[in-house]
Design a protein around this ligand. Structure first.
Ligand code: HEC
Ligand SMILES: [Cu+2]
Length: 326
């Protein structure tokens, strides 16, 4: 008889991404090169710091004036020393240049078989568009062990794409494409940060980078990352979180960058041109898709346009959710 398996499967735990004292954990094929360069520069600095400060302290002690007539003879110069401290740093600096250059070349040119993802930065949202049309806001899902190339652009100001664990960083600029690539070496969740100050919501301009096994990635991509068989309001709640509407809209009546959505449905809203509009379904739909068509009095027209990114059924779900915020 076979004993029942009592050992419950160990729940898969979020890996703790522990790096070294100096650097975060390294999770891309580019990371070792960057860390290597960083370590070399650091230890060269440590070596010269100790050498220079140590020599200084020693000389302070050695050449201290010990009595009234303790006068050191006039020291002229030493050709040997001067050549040494000119040539040696030159050699070191040239060596560092080549370490940096190789790393730069590796990170600048993506392998030709890279998987391409379109990245849009805007105040204060990252959006990722996959080749099959799947749109994923604030969540970048990528396969493990495959080179991925990001083609990036901004809708407003300069942002910057930075994933510390991958050791990659590149500015995201309006009216121009920049690109960056990486190959993740370990499944897990990491954080993408915007590292170019872009206004009030800058510190919230984060996205999750999720590295998954290639099989899981394929499945996720095919499903478009969404379950369509949920009740509309429930689905709307998910979309509200996914698209980070909550960065600008509270649900408890408090004012953020945008008006609170609490009690909005069927309320009379005053626009900045003085007109009063009833917040019915049509108004909500227009507010979500082309927010600047009517701008609520007392607010700036800073809400992103969602007409190219949200599908009809998604807008329906969001409206159902807003209606529930009584
Ligand atoms: C960057 C901040 C920002 C984000 C993100 C944002 N909004 Fe807005 N939203 C605003 C601002 C500001 C206004 C008021 C100005 C205007 O009407 O355009 C507004 C207005 C609205 C209105 C009309 C509110 C009223 O009181 O009449 C609705 C509805 C709305 N947003 C829904 C959404 C939904 C749904 C999302 C997510 C898909 C979203 N917003 C994301 C900033 C934002
Ligand atoms: Cu930014």
């Amino acid at each position: 008889m076979i004993a029942p398996d009592t050992a419950a499967p160990v729940a898969s735990q979020e890996p703790i991404h522990q790096g070294s004292f100096w650097l975060p954990k390294a999770v891309s094929t580019l990371a070792p090169g960057v860390d290597n360069a960083w370590n070399i520069v650091m230890w060269v600095c440590v070596f010269f710091f100790v050498l220079v400060i140590g020599t200084m302290l020693y000389f302070m002690w050695k050449y201290k004036r010990r009595s009234e007539n303790d006068v050191t003879s006039n020291i002229d110069h030493s050709a040997r020393l001067e050549i040494a401290w000119t040539l040696l740093p030159l050699i070191i600096v040239m060596a560092l240049f080549f370490v940096g250059l190789t790393g730069f070349m590796n990170s600048a040119v993506a392998p030709s078989d890279s998987f391409e993802i379109q990245v849009t930065g805007e105040r204060w949202l990252w959006t990722f568009i996959y080749p099959n049309g799947t749109i994923s806001p604030t969540k970048l899902i990528v396969p493990k062990g495959k080179p991925v190339r990001m083609v990036m652009s901004s809708k407003d100001v300069i942002h910057s794409f930075f994933v510390p664990e991958f050791r990659i960083k590149r500015d995201v600029i309006p009216g121009q494409y920049t690109s960056i690539w990486f190959e993740a070496t370990e499944a897990g969740k990491y954080t993408l940060e915007c590292t170019e100050y872009c206004g009030q919501g800058h510190s919230d301009m984060l996205a999750t980078v999720e590295v998954v096994e290639p099989e899981a990635f394929k499945q996720w991509l095919e499903s478009g990352g969404e379950d369509k068989n949920m009740p509309p309001a429930k689905r709307g709640e998910g979309l509200f979180a996914k698209w980070q509407c909550g960065t600008c809209h509270s649900l408890d009546g408090s004012r953020k960058v945008g008006p609170s959505l609490k009690g909005l449905f069927n309320r009379d809203e005053t626009m900045n041109d003085g007109k009063v509009v009833k917040a019915d379904e049509n108004y909500l739909r227009e507010s979500i898709l082309v927010s600047n068509a009517k701008v609520v009095k007392g607010y700036e027209p800073v809400m992103p346009l969602f007409k190219d990114t949200l599908k009809d059924d998604q807008v329906d779900a969001l409206i159902a959710y807003i209606k529930e915020q009584k």
